[in-house]
Design a protein around this ligand. Sequence first.
Ligand SMILES: *Cc1c(COP(=O)(O)O)cnc(C)c1O
Length: 360
Amino acid sequence: MSRVFNFSAGPATLPESVLVQARDEMLDWHGGGMSVMEMSHRDKDFMSIATTAEQDLRDLLGVPANYKVLFMQGGATGQFAAVPMNLLRGKLSADFVVTGAWSLKASKEVTKYGKANIVAKPADGRYNHIPARDGWTLDPEAAYVHYTPNETIEGVEFNWIPEVGQVPLVADFSSTFLSRPIDVSKFGLIYAGAQKNAGPAGITMVIVREDLLGSALPITPSIFDFKQVADNDSMLNTPSCYAWYVCGLVFQWIKREGGLKAIAERNQRKAALLYDCIDSTPFYSNPVAKSDRSWMNVVFTLPDAALDADFLKGTKAAGLPGLKGHRSVGGMRASLYNAMPEAGVQALVDYMKEFARTHG
Ligand SMILES: *Cc1c(COP(=O)(O)O)cnc(C)c1O
């Protein structure tokens, strides 16, 4: 068996020890004689897997007691609709900070249910920085303020949590969930698709303050009604059982690695290693303002796009796949999620230096 360093933006690399454990437990989970995939979600074995995963996630993030943790389906894109259906609560609009492709998409989906008020957006249309907070004009009557802490496609990340007064703050954490500690009490709602940094595709975590529940629009599908999902412990219908289980293994892995503080330090080192290479090698460039560079998704370009194919052929051959940038941005993107070891980033940096030397 030979495993590569997978830089894909999502679905993405998982900790090898988690995959090994899932393999070892595949046919017979804890002596019960069946796979987690085969268990009824009402079975007490699966219930213990589900509640342990929730508790571990609560421990990692320090989720306050007045927040519900939901395990849903439909991805972050499902939440682009579920959040307004649940959180508009009779109000007419929500405020959106647009910093890249994902926050733009979220703001567009809302318009089926209410108005999206764009409070900040780069004037030149280039998503290469986070607009400063003092330039945002927030509406005190907004149902909530939505932002995207990490823009997966452009590699732009908030390194601060916006202050928005009494209006609930909502964040699409998908690509930076569990990359570092966060103060959950500053948020009304956090959501994250698992397949970037927390597990396999098919499950979406929602952490929501209890007082925001119970006012969903009448048209809200039951499976997207946060109150109904919460009242049924995320088992209103059959959940994504296997993905839930693997997420639970990932949460335990993060605990073993020392928790989110230790993970954050490692993530910062990994990002610094790659950005240092980009900044110190004139061959490469990154368009993002230094203070707003993502730890999770590092974008970079070569001096001539005609070299891209060669670069990617070489990385693939070197066991470094998944580096092609998003089609809307071009160039390269290295996703450095929690499960990417420092050795993987070092291997990429070594390759990049050699490529620059031979093609510069
Ligand atoms: C990947 C991603 C999404 C879309 O996630 P799906 O689970 O495919 O719906 C939304 N927002 C961000 C920030 C993402 O990285």
